[in-house]
Design a protein around this ligand. Sequence first.
Ligand SMILES: [Zn+2]
Ligand SMILES: [Zn+2]
Length: 331
Amino acid sequence: MKALVYLGPASMEYREVPDLDEKDGEVIVEVASCGICGSDMHGWHGTDPRRVPPLVMGHEAAGWIRTGKRAGERVVINPQLACMRCDRCLAGQPHLCGSKDSVGLPPRSGAFADFVRVPERNAIPIPDDMDFATAALTEPVAVAYRAVGLIERLHSRPIAAQRGLVIGGGAIGLAAALILRARNVPDVLLAGTNARRREAALAAGLTQVFDPRGKLPADGSVDFVIDSVGSRPSRELASRAVRFGGVIAHLGLAPGNEGLDVRRITLGEIIFTGVFCYTWLDFKETIALLDRGGLGPLTWVRERPMREGRDAFAAIGEGTTPAVKIVLCNE
Ligand SMILES: [Zn+2]
Ligand SMILES: [Zn+2]
């Protein structure tokens, strides 16, 4: 089969690789679409120690099951392979499992390929009329969906009466802002340093989009913050902008820990929570959200052929694409 093989920083080749063997309890999925994730970009830049070349990356995938009893089913892949036996898994939090593998991280080959093999339960049916490029958005959108869900749970007041700040104009930040809009949050602010992505956010219908290197919201002026960047400047902004008694949901994984104003968090009883991936229910509800068009027109998504994957990675790496999310598609 053909696959897009990551060979080292800024190096990738679309080439022939050995076919996958069948394995008990697992299914082989013919990949139709697979999105390029920010974490794949960390691999491309050589800043992710987990992504060791040569490696087929890719975990935001949808396609057809081609083996076993469910052959022919259209599915999206939940790339988190948890043990389903430990206390966290039994508590319905498999995303916090301590012995978890992931599709597209060694030793698991990913979905930038003709086929990918996953445990059968990780191949989740999608509606008949849902196109594969949309289905491939499930994984990143589920992260944003969980962040919004945690904010709703942790806040003392309904978010539909509130002012929220999302930091980061990438796919997860943009999806979070669009989910907030869909939940009737009256004021949704989106901060992003990338001008093309700010344009894409405006085109997607958001109105309060700004460059955080310019004029900032007043201190204590937002009820909650979703920080999808996780850098020193983003944590500084989150710490300052949130009001006393507010909530910060932190899901960015940029290197470093600085920037959080722990004193202000203490004095203001500000709730700070990490957000990591999603539960199975978040994932399922995200499929339904995408199926009913809950994010509005997906003008910020671009499809490109899998064989041009190297160019797509380079374009994202160099910041020359207007797309917020590129989905690679097999023809
Ligand atoms: Zn991802
Ligand atoms: Zn577990």
